[in-house]
Design a protein around this ligand. Sequence first.
Ligand code: IVH
Length: 697
Amino acid sequence: MSDQPSLFDEPESGSSSAGELNPAVVAEVNDLHTQLNQANYQYYVLDDPQLPDAQYDRLFHRLKELETQYPQLLTPDSPTQRVGAAPLSHFDQVTHEVAMLSLDNAFNEQDMRDFNRRILDRLKQTDAITYACEPKLDGIAVSLLYENGVLVRAATRGDGAVGENITQNIRTVPSIPLKLLGNDFPPVLEVRGEVYMPKKGFEAFNEKARANDEKLFVNPRNAAAGSLRQLDPKITASRPLEFCCYSLGRVDGADLPNTHSAILNLFSRWGFKINPEMKVVNGIEGCLEYYDNLAQKRNDLAYEIDGIVFKVDDINFQQQLGFVSRAPRWAIAHKFPAQEEMTLLKDVEFQVGRTGAITPVARLEPVFVGGVTVSNATLHNMDEIQRLDVCIGDTVIIRRAGDVIPQIVSVVQEKRPQDAKSIVFPKSCPVCESHVERIEGEAVSRCSGGLVCAAQRKEAIKHFASRKAMDIDGLGDKLVEQLVDEGLIESFLDLYSLKLADVANLERMAEKSAQNLLEAIEVSKQTTLAKFLYALGIREVGVATAQNLVNHFLDLRALVKADLEALLEVDDVGPIVAKHILSFFAEPHNQKIIDGLLNIGITWPAIEKKDSSELPLVGQTYVVTGTLASMGRDQAKEYLQRLGAKVAGSVSAKTSGLVAGEKAGSKLTKAQDLNITILDEDAFLALLSEHGIEHAG
Ligand code: IVH
């Protein structure tokens, strides 16, 4: 079918050819649309089928027949058009006319009470606020644009400002109307909601994939996202996706009701699925009660949810409250606590990190928790092992919250088998056999082998090559391990004398990639002093501290010569960090490596001696939180420091401003409470620009 109507497709008037359009045919096609749309709505949206399958098939078949005979009657909103059009080569970009916002999170009752309090205060209200409560579906957000009731465009959220055009794929989701029901819809309507894969569909999909030896999805959310990201809509069509709407995007040419709940009810009349659990409650107590009820029901729901969204129901109030940092002040997501599962602790191994820290790692009987299969969990240190009173062979409760590393939270003592084995912390390093020491007052035990220990050397080299350090493209963890294991390098200095033939001879290495690696190593010689300092891997010297040291000392010589007193003058450097810096530079081995690195030609631009009191943000302290769309947090911190500001890790009364990206959490709440200036990404970019920093996205 062609979208462009052709003059030559039109049947000649008065002729009795097969393609002739007569009003009765048009009426029949319209009637079939109405009947099939209604049947779809009852089946997929209301979950209440009215039409027998055979009857549906008969109507569908008849419509197809008419569309073949009269192609000019085949429109994109026809119920036959859900099966999937031709594959795309890429997704076009879509700019959202109204930004697609995200939500702030609440993690406990207090966060919720604080949210309610902020709203009452801002609105100067004493009466309880009416809230609309909805489950927070764990899928992906989409925007659906309808013109004169016909779906004309569907887009992903993307970064909130620009998403991808996924209209072809969205058409295949049966609970999304291609044409709105009724006739009282506005000429332009953008509806937003979540596309998700119900638990059953997800399990069935994975079961089939397992049987066919295909890749499984780790959780329903990834399944929904992966299904919508298909260039071939036929693949999307084969996935059991559903859509539930939760907000208005924009409306033109009509007035909508003045509460969120009434708008959603209207959407339901126009053919959208709204969450049957949606409820309007009174005040914070109503919210907390709703949360408790749904937490009980969570496992019985047909779909995954990760919390509850509470929204101020009154649209006037919403408008008064407005937005901050890409999240509305009038809504919040109260997250459910992390999910927990029981499994068996099969063994404990000890891993050695860059600084020699020895971490016990639990090897578990694999278990599905929080959306992924978990087979390892950290046990942190000996204290933690004692606190848990855990033995090998125990049944343990593990928890996986969001993206954090799985934790063992407790031991089911009643299930301890007779032959449970205590966990013995090694006295010597499992890698180099050096003595293991534990400094008084520290929880961590460390291998004393320093760079004698292959594990520490490997980690030091990985760190040196990493993106925020020397940024050696192509030198991944596996390759570092190979280079050390093959005896080609011992320290990161040796990277700069690697020979092409040696690298090319490594397993899974070709001449070309070896060449690329050597080039990347060469390129890394041009760096900045802050990156170089960070790359050295001095304990407790992260990206921000490295930058603070550079801002203070301006050159490496001055830093190396600095004594304790001088170091303590640097922002954010306390006695512990200062001690690590001093002992690092006092160590002859490190001195030799630094000299070596300088001798092979590592350089950085000299830093001008600027009177720091002239910098525009001098005397101000900023905190950066959340996700910024155009840059990483480290980059944001670096810019602030360049302008003379201090960057701190937590918000206090002394904070001058909070740069808050998306998904900002408790720091944002605290800053709001303390009435601290909050800069969203746009405001932050404007501040930078005002002081001569033009950040290119
Ligand atoms: S409202 C302005 N309601 O959560 C408010 N979002 O963290 C915009 N989500 O991107 C969102 N269920 O994908 C809202 N009932 C619900 C939701 C919901 C799931 C997702 C949505 C959004 C994310 C925000």
